[in-house]
Ligand binder design. Structure first.
Ligand code: GLN
Length: 536
């Protein structure tokens, strides 16, 4: 039977609960256990697919086409867990299914209530991830902070579940902040005491406290937290700020976290083996002796989380290539205002990520033009591919004002147009072309040399595609269609006579891992670095 770890957060948000869960998963997996994850998000949207990145950050897409919380990205990057739509639960999903059941008459005669109907639905969905696959440990992250009104049904559900599962079958881990107050020169434990107090009020007793702190915790401070929060001193685990998120599993292990979990859950497992992670990631983090500066041109540039997987994938590739990544975030609207040169003087690569709508689009097209003409390595993703195609059509093929029908419905040259299957779709939620699709690669291309195989599968999230009516004219002018889907959709384009210029319809960033960077990102950064060498 699978065991469960429930992780809640206290004091403030953004303490890195997702990274903590992913790190715990990594540690348990490195002890030979099979782990999976669930993220519970207390908002009423059924999924984050309809939210603006400024509201929510990136929407992470799984192989089965679920639009999910970005924490699932952390879980997949740190571990081998294969996540699906079942691994992200939202209040919206829970209520939607309970209300459908009510309308169907499944609860005939009863008053449908938060307890037990909503909480039962949550419990059933948490348990469901253990049915089909063999799993040893399920790590369940409760989004938000203890005390949030909307989070309470989830907290009540995990309280009940732990009770029902019985001894040694479930653990509560509470991630909290232990701030250092500079002016007083002291570490403060009171916020943690309050946060644990709030948990106790609803019947949850934390078994382990993960204390985010910038200073080392002394024995006395640990003892104080233990005494007032009712946990053993060995269960007060400091989670010190790390230089890289990928060091967190090691730091937590050094504090004894994995041994403690194994003991408390009575898990049968082997000794911790992090050798591959150490070799491929941690050691390499120490030898980043050169820099690679990449311009990411988008419109959600201010928010760190909007292009999370892209930044991580770039970082993985930089680590692999022995370089330190410097990201220059460029707002494409600024390019429209101030011209492109100013922003790209010192960059070794240009990347245009996915996106929606017309704001800043001309700035992105200018960025593509600059990268193409100045032979700067270029990677375009989804909308980034669309802008690459539009730029080529306009400036190389002479198709003046060519555009995507997403931006201009009446363009004379619709080089990007709505997917056939999308034409009849009227609703917005989960209706894009989503998830994994196959693609065949053409030999002797950048794409083929990266993947080194003919058949690949990548994840998608879009409604518009390359318009095949323009394939011939573009090909004549030097565009290469290096990846084509079995249904004839263009998945990858590249151009000749350029050090590295690739754009793809899919999102390679979702499959990159720190110890196994995505091959497109790997080769892109390698190209950017060789440009650095040439220019020296
Ligand atoms: N807006 C474009 C489309 O829907 C691109 C989507 C994306 O970049 N994820 O096709």
């Amino acid at each position: 039977m699978a065991k469960f770890i429930f992780i809640t957060g206290g004091v403030v948000s953004s303490l890195g609960k997702g990274i903590a869960c992913a790190s715990i998963g990594k540690l348990l997996e490195s002890r030979g256990l099979k782990v999976t994850f669930i993220k519970c998000d207390p908002y009423i949207n059924v999924d984050p697919g309809t939210m603006n990145p400024y509201q929510h950050g990136e929407v992470y897409v799984t192989d089965d086409g679920a639009e999910t919380d970005l924490d699932l990205g952390h879980y997949e990057r740190f571990t081998n867990a294969k996540l699906t739509k079942d691994n992200n639960i939202t209040t919206g999903k829970i209520y939607y299914s309970v209300i459908c059941k009510e309308r169907r008459g499944d609860y005939l005669g009863k008053t449908v209530q938060i307890i037990p109907h909503i909480t039962d639905e949550i419990k059933n969905r948490i348990k469901k991830v253990t049915y089909s696959k063999k799993v040893d440990v399920v790590i369940v992250e409760i989004g938000g902070t203890v005390g949030d009104i909307e989070g309470s049904p989830f907290l009540e559900a995990i309280r009940q579940l732990k009770f029902e599962l019985g001894k040694n079958c479930a653990l509560n881990i509470h991630l909290t902040l232990v701030p250092y107050i500079k002016s007083a020169g002291e570490i403060k434990t009171k916020p943690t005491q309050h946060s644990v107090g709030a948990l106790r009020e609803i019947g949850i007793m934390p078994d382990i406290l993960l204390c985010r702190t910038e200073k080392k915790l002394r024995k006395e401070e640990k003892a104080k937290i233990a005494l007032f929060c009712n946990v053993d001193i060995e269960s007060v685990i400091p989670a010190l700020d790390a230089k890289s998120i990928y060091e967190v599993p090691l730091l937590l292990s050094r504090e004894g976290l994995d041994s403690l979990i194994v003991k408390m859950l009575n898990l049968q497992c082997v000794k911790l083996d992090l050798s591959i992670w150490n070799e491929r990631v941690i050691k390499k983090l120490k030898y980043q002796d050169r820099e690679v500066k990449i311009a990411v041109v988008g419109k959600y540039i201010i928010l760190q989380d909007a292009y999370k997987s892209i930044y991580e994938a770039l970082n993985h590739a930089a680590i692999y290539n022995g370089a330190k990544l410097v990201i220059k975030r460029v707002d494409s609207e600024d390019i429209e205002k101030n011209g492109v040169k100013k922003y790209f003087k010192d960059v070794k690569g240009v990347l245009i990520p996915g996106g929606f709508g017309s704001r800043g689009i001309e700035g992105k097209i200018k960025a593509v033009e600059f990268a193409r003409e100045n032979k700067i390595p270029f990677l375009g993703i989804c909308l980034g591919m669309h802008t690459a195609v539009i730029e080529f059509a306009r400036n190389v093929c002479g198709l003046k004002h060519a555009h995507s029908t997403e931006i201009n419905k009446h363009t004379k040259y619709p080089v990007i147009s709505l997917l056939e299957e999308q034409k009849k779709i009227k609703t917005k939620g989960a209706t894009m072309r989503l998830g994994a699709y196959d693609c065949r690669l053409l030999k002797n291309t950048f794409a083929y040399s990266a993947y080194n195989k003919e058949k690949i599968s990548e994840r998608h999230r879009h409604r518009y595609e390359f318009n095949n009516a323009y394939q011939k004219i573009m090909e004549k002018s030097g565009m290469i269609f290096s990846g084509i889907n079995p249904e004839k959709l263009v998945e990858i384009i590249e151009i000749q006579n350029h050090p590295w210029f690739v754009a793809c319809q899919f999102h390679p960033e979702f499959k990159s891992k720190p110890d196994n960077p995505h091959v497109l990102f790997r080769d892109y950064i390698a190209a950017a670095l060789s440009l650095t060498k040439e220019k020296k």
